[in-house]
Design a protein around this ligand. Structure first.
Ligand SMILES: C[S@@+](CC[C@H](N)C(=O)[O-])C[C@H]1O[C@@H](n2cnc3c(N)ncnc32)[C@H](O)[C@@H]1O
Length: 338
């Protein structure tokens, strides 16, 4: 995108979102698998109108999601296979969330830039988007599934970036339906784990722990991290948590973590790190877009490394290092004294 010469081209980016969302909604990746099919056959299989579907397939080909293998036959590229629910990595649930929830949210971006408020605050529904989301179980499901798809793609990088075998009990704070803690435990057979999140995540987390065979060493604890964080873990991990909250709210979460940890306990914050000086590099753009996503909902921000260090240090932690996990970084902190 840094090579774009025309605003006319750039402003049409939402069409790409719509094209990818349509492909996901029609289950094109699952239906094609590793085969190529004619537009006519595919139209029959996914209940679409043939010539309209062919036009969608041509558009998908131009963005590298499909390829046309000769004649009228289309297949999925490696990129396109990420739309298959059963692929690894699969971003299907993220695409559905982007297309159904985020697209609507972003339509009001200018209102948040004018006011500095989230969509929820502008509607007068309060300051806690997660509490409000609880009134829409279908949005909670979409959101949780989207987070699983993103986090699952990062687990191999996270377990490479930090040696969890030194810990005894790791708690994933705001661990959702347990994707990350399960991944960490599967890579560390002697480790025990806790997923801490709102009660609405409990059933999915317990099912996941049973499915992957770690239910005997991983438990779910329901609670509110603004109220209290349970004791028991020597390492607290949190991914994509602090970027949801402004500094005053983040400091409360961090202080509760510090209270819950023993002296010598570890805190690991996994987030995207904002560049000090933004460029047109894809990585910087992704972070800046995530930052605006946080502005719109739920009201947090992406931070620089210096900002994360200042935040954790203000809550009483000592910086211990940073490592990379794909587009995310692991910031490590110690609790050195009570
Ligand atoms: C952006 S998601 C991150 C989920 C998971 N850590 C991941 O990266 O896949 C934020 C999580 O914080 C949880 N959460 C929000 N408010 C909370 C609260 N007050 N107490 C505990 N968890 C909360 C949400 O339910 C959600 O699972």
């Amino acid at each position: 995108m840094s090579g774009s010469e025309s605003i006319f081209d750039l402003v049409q980016s939402h069409r790409i979102t719509a094209v990818i969302y349509a492909a996901a909604k029609l289950d094109l990746a699952e239906t094609l698998g590793d085969d190529a099919k004619s537009a006519a056959e595919l139209a029959r299989l996914v209940s679409a109108e043939e010539s309209a579907l062919r036009r969608l397939l041509v558009a998908l080909t131009t963005i590298g999601v499909c390829n046309q293998t000769g004649g009228d036959r289309f297949g999925m590229t490696d990129l396109g296979r990420q739309l298959d629910r059963n692929a690894y990595p699969s971003f299907k649930d993220w695409v559905l969330f982007e297309g159904e929830v985020l697209v609507r949210s972003w339509a009001g971006l200018v209102d948040s830039v004018r006011s500095g408020k989230t969509a929820t605050e502008i509607r007068g529904e309060g300051h806690d988007r997660y509490a409000v989301m609880g009134n829409s179980p279908e949005v909670v499901s979409r959101f949780n599934a989207a987070m699983v798809s993103l986090t699952r793609s990062l687990v191999p990088k996270i377990v490479q970036a930090y040696d969890f075998s030194k810990a005894n009990i790791v708690m994933d704070l705001g661990g959702g339906s347990g994707e990350l803690i399960a991944g960490v435990l599967l890579h560390n057979p002697n480790l025990r784990g806790i997923a801490f999140d709102l009660a609405r995540c409990e059933t999915a987390a317990r099912e996941h722990f049973n499915r992957v065979g770690i239910a005997d060493r991983c438990r779910f604890v329901a609670g509110d991290f603004f109220e209290a964080v349970p004791r028991g873990a020597d390492t607290i991990l949190m991914k994509s948590i602090l970027h949801n909250w402004r500094d005053d709210r983040s400091e409360i979460i961090l202080r509760k973590c510090r209270d819950a940890l023993p002296v010598g306990g570890k805190l690991i914050i996994i987030e995207r790190i904002m560049p000090e000086l933004p460029t047109t590099a894809a990585r910087d753009r992704e972070r800046a877009m995530s930052d605006l996503n946080m502005l719109r909902e739920p009201g947090g921000l992406e931070r620089t490394e210096a900002q994360y260090r200042a935040l954790a240090e203000s809550a009483g932690f000592t910086f211990a290092g940073i490592s990379n996990a794909g587009a995310f970084s692991l910031l490590q902190f110690d609790k050195v004294a009570n």
